[in-house]
Write a protein that binds this ligand. Structure first.
Ligand SMILES: NC(=O)C1=CN([C@@H]2O[C@H](COP(=O)(O)OP(=O)(O)OC[C@H]3O[C@@H](n4cnc5c(N)ncnc54)[C@H](OP(=O)(O)O)[C@@H]3O)[C@@H](O)[C@H]2O)C=CC1
Ligand SMILES: Nc1nc(=O)c2c([nH]1)NC[C@@H]1CN(c3ccc(C(=O)N[C@@H](CCC(=O)O)C(=O)O)cc3)C=[N+]21
Length: 287
């Protein structure tokens, strides 16, 4: 029987992954290495504060040491780069995450490039991005990695399928396209200059929406029986957290769909911990 409107439970899957990581962390601690993550937050953005709190809470649950470094909105680029350099040298820190977006006076590209690539658990450093592009071992960016895990755990085959990705950012759209292609899907990338968006999205067996526009994907954008992954984090007119997909309209048409909240977001955080534990494992194997 063909499944209908099945919800992919990212929240539940993320909890399972955290449990697996807790065991790995305990083993590492017995070997004398406690995985450590530094989260750097510049400024007062309230959404960023919420996400950062989620990351610290997940670290505590898994037994990963965490350090929250909160810097004022008017921090200079130089001061931030100096702080990153300290974290690069700090042996108790295996992962460094600088929360984006950054205030206008700071170049995100220079900041990302300053992180030791071996501690770049976001997978944003050009070296990690290049490793992914060329098929070398890399820290996979957390959101794309989380999406692939969700598809696999839901038993969704990718080989030969047509995946359509809407959005081409360095942190979501581009890397998720590469990962889907690596799994032998045929990938189409759409963006703000795409003409007749729905003519592409309607062909998708797997549709990934990563734009940041409330309800931009409606019933007219999907093929019956498709799998829909909603990355967007938006506010509805009533102020509720909502994705890019009109969930109520789209769900009855598709085979699987991720909810917001409770879908891609929790998996992103689980994969951040996964990369941090991996980084600590690498250090443990060297000592
Ligand atoms: N759940 C999670 O864990 C995460 C959620 N997010 C959320 O995902 C969303 C996307 O994030 P991110 O990739 O960083 O965003 P960006 O703003 O960097 O990229 C948005 C992309 O959407 C494209 N786009 C904009 N308007 C349209 C349109 N009308 N039609 C088609 N494409 C369009 C842009 O095209 P162009 O390149 O031409 O400008 C761009 O490629 C946001 O809501 C963000 O909050 C992000 C990271 C993690
Ligand atoms: N260096 C960096 N790395 C990131 O990975 C990064 C970033 N900067 N900047 C912002 C985006 C966004 N992002 C989210 C992660 C988790 C949820 C998440 O857990 N969402 C919950 C709801 C949270 C809530 O209640 O507000 C959910 O969807 O269920 C959302 C968004 C990571 N990002």
């Amino acid at each position: 029987m063909v499944s209908r409107g099945e919800i992919i439970d990212g929240k539940g899957m993320a909890a399972e992954i955290r449990l697996e990581l807790k065991e790995k962390t305990e083993t590492l601690v017995q070997q004398g290495v406690r995985p450590g993550l530094a989260v750097v937050l510049v400024g007062e953005d309230s959404a960023s504060q919420t996400y950062v709190r989620g990351k610290i809470k997940a670290c505590n649950e898994v037994g990963v040491y965490s350090e929250l470094i909160q810097l004022p909105e008017d921090t200079s680029e130089k001061a931030l780069l100096a702080r990153i350099d300290q974290l690069n040298q700090d042996q108790s820190i295996h992962g460094i995450l600088v929360q984006l977006p950054l205030p206008a006076q700071i170049s995100p590209d220079r900041v990302i490039a300053a992180i030791d690539p071996e501690k770049d658990v976001d997978g944003f450093h050009p070296i990690q991005a290049g490793r992914l592009l060329t098929g070398l071992d890399a820290y996979l960016p957390c959101t794309p990695h989380g999406i692939l895990r969700m598809l696999k755990r839901s038993g969704i085959a990718l080989e030969g399928k047509h995946a359509v990705v809407v959005g081409r950012s360095n942190i979501v759209g581009k890397p998720v396209s590469l990962l889907l292609q690596r799994e032998n899907a045929t990938v189409t990338m759409c963006h703000s200059r795409t003409r007749e968006l729905s003519s592409y999205t309607r062909q998708a067996d797997i549709l990934v929406a990563a734009v940041g526009r409330y309800h931009m994907i409606g019933a007219e954008h999907v093929k019956e029986g498709a799998v829909v992954i909603d990355v967007g984090m938006n506010r509805s007119p009533e102020g509720k957290l909502a994705g890019d997909v009109d969930f109520e309209a789209v769900r009855p048409l598709v085979s699987h769909i991720t909810p917001v909240p409770g879908g891609v977001g929790p998996m992103t955080i689980a994969m951040l911990l996964y990369n941090t534990v991996q980084s600590a494992q690498r250090v443990a194997s060297l000592t």
